[in-house]
Ligand binder design. Structure first.
Ligand SMILES: O=C(CO)COP(=O)(O)O
Length: 248
């Protein structure tokens, strides 16, 4: 069975005052079934990793550069994330693909750098609303998977997040049938490419996951957890999602 993972993507939210949300999360989850990962802005990674040390909560970055160092103003190397205490990194999020024109090839290069630094990568894929309307969702996701995932990954080092762009921050969620179809296609891709290991890789759903809809989503076949944006910012909301995953 793939691990259950509840990952929170804080995006460009949070400052020192938000550390209390992490404290609340740590206190409420001493022995969760699910693995819990919080990916705060880079400025909070070190502080959060120190606070979460010895707890059930892991800390991750939101992107990294493909190069190990160099003249790349504003960027962060994978080894800098591990140095700050991160164990995970989100790569290829649709907001990075849109805002920074990241391509599948770049995401793959970032993933290779992250794996070399010892990080577990959470690679994001997902169609836009226009692509869903044009009925090319599975083809789009297949292209992203083929282009973004490096060779040599294992169930311990690769997590996939299926995040339909039209469901992010909108309150719109695909039907359980739509989620099942794409997660099934992702599972088929992973097993075709990685064999038995592909059966053990976690596939997360992301896009408007809330405490109120989490149980229904986690009941879908091949959904092994969630990548949560807005509802991960408040420990009480995220705890509701974690509880639904623990119970699934
Ligand atoms: O993009 C997301 C997580 O990476 C999802 O964001 P929301 O949960 O805010 O829709």
């Amino acid at each position: 069975m793939p691990p259950k993972i509840a990952a929170g993507n804080w995006k460009m939210h949070g400052d020192g005052a938000s550390l209390s949300e992490l404290d609340a999360l740590i206190a409420a989850h001493t022995a969760p079934v699910a693995r819990i990962v919080i990916c705060p802005p880079a400025t909070l990674i070190h502080r959060m990793a120190e606070r979460a040390s010895g707890s059930a909560i892991a800390i991750g970055g939101q992107t990294c550069h493909a190069a190990s160092q160099g003249a790349h103003t504003g960027d962060i190397a994978a080894a800098m994330l591990t140095d700050a205490g991160a164990t995970h990194v989100i790569l290829g999020h649709s907001e990075r693909r849109a805002d920074h024109a990241e391509t599948d090839a770049e995401v793959r290069a970032q993933a290779e750098a992250a794996l070399a630094a010892g990080l577990t990568v959470i690679v994001c894929v997902g169609e836009t609303g226009a692509e869903r309307d044009a009925d090319v969702t599975l083809a789009v996701v297949e292209t992203q998977l083929s282009g973004s995932i490096p060779d040599g990954v294992t169930a311990a080092t690769l997590v996939i997040a299926y995040e339909p762009v039209w469901a992010i921050g909108t309150g719109r969620v695909p039907t359980t049938e739509q989620i099942a179809e794409v997660h099934g296609a992702i599972r088929a891709h992973l097993t075709t490419r990685f064999g038995e290991a592909g059966r053990e890789m976690a596939i997360l759903y992301g896009g408007s996951v809330k405490p109120g809809n989490a149980a229904e989503i986690f009941a879908v076949r091949d959904v092994n957890g969630a990548l949560v944006g807005g509802a991960s910012l408040k420990a009480a909301d995220f705890a509701g999602i974690i509880a639904a995953l623990d119970a699934a």
